[in-house]
Design a protein. Sequence first.
Length: 354
Amino acid sequence: MAAIDFSAIPRSALPALLQAAPKAELHLHIEGSLEPELMFELAQRNHIQLSYPDVASLRQAYAFSNLQSFLDIYYAGASVLITAADFEAMCWAYCQRAAADGIVRAELFFDPQTHTERGIALATVLEGLLAGIKRAERELGLSLDLIPCFLRHLSEAEALQTLQALEPFREQIIGVGLDSSERGHPPLKFARAFAAARAMGLHVVAHAGEEGPAAYIWSALEDLGVERIDHGVRCLEDPDLVAHLRQQRIPLTVCPLSNVKLRVFDKLQEHCLPRLLDEGLMVMLNSDDPAYFGGYLGENLRQCFDALPQLGAEQAYRLLRNSLEASFATDADKHTWIARLDACFLAAAGQSSR
Ligand SMILES: Nc1ncnc2[nH]cnc12
Ligand SMILES: [Zn+2]
């Protein structure tokens, strides 16, 4: 392949290119894709009373001061999910939006304990999500996999019980993650649960360095053995960590609109994304909880390229390519998608693909 001449791609061409080019989403909580309209529909169907009278007032409540203020509302929202059909509807709705954004691969987080604690069987959750996934693979041509996450505000014993409950579904998941309230819950707390997951041959990832310090990123790498860091934006506070992340090519699944909504950064213009790219880190964009944070992956890309004039065609290519490379898809699939990505950028630069 000819080297892509990024200087030949004008900034005005980027929105269409970012939209059309193949990309992966690696940090998406499927419960965070539950839009208020569907939430109210499911609440009515399941005879559940929400704390807000209508969609408009619920949306108004989406003004968060930090991660915990969001999580309180997010867990309450998930309480409308009761039957497999509910999980399927939520999953299918996300997949349609993902396909419209040019996503070819998505690795979906879900929180088993958020549902089992309410008496919903893990089998029901998985039956619904897998039905949505199968439909999206068939009708939209997406490549999808599931990553259950342990809730870090709960104990390690509960994480181990959850892992045990997941064992019958081993072939339906590709990895495990760690999410929920970060501060006060260092990764080390889950060292045995992650060792057990690795022993099952599962991929392992963890949220770290979103609100928590750079030390939590080190701990996720060293104590849990994670392959990717979810968020990780606070790595910049530790130059040794930045050097390590660069040398080891550890992916950081960065979520800019989430970071602004949860007040990690005051505004997108102040987001550290350009610095992370300048440091040569393997970053890509993700939507995290798009129904709550004001946009899906396409919107994250659009708003970042609008707000950050330092980003151009080369950075756009890097972000998309990193997303595909950092995925847990097969090498053959990654190769196919990267060839398509290259063809998109070569065409935009007016170069031939051959
Ligand atoms: N951004 C986030 N951080 C931690 N836990 C989460 N669960 C859902 N979204 C999350
Ligand atoms: Zn997240």
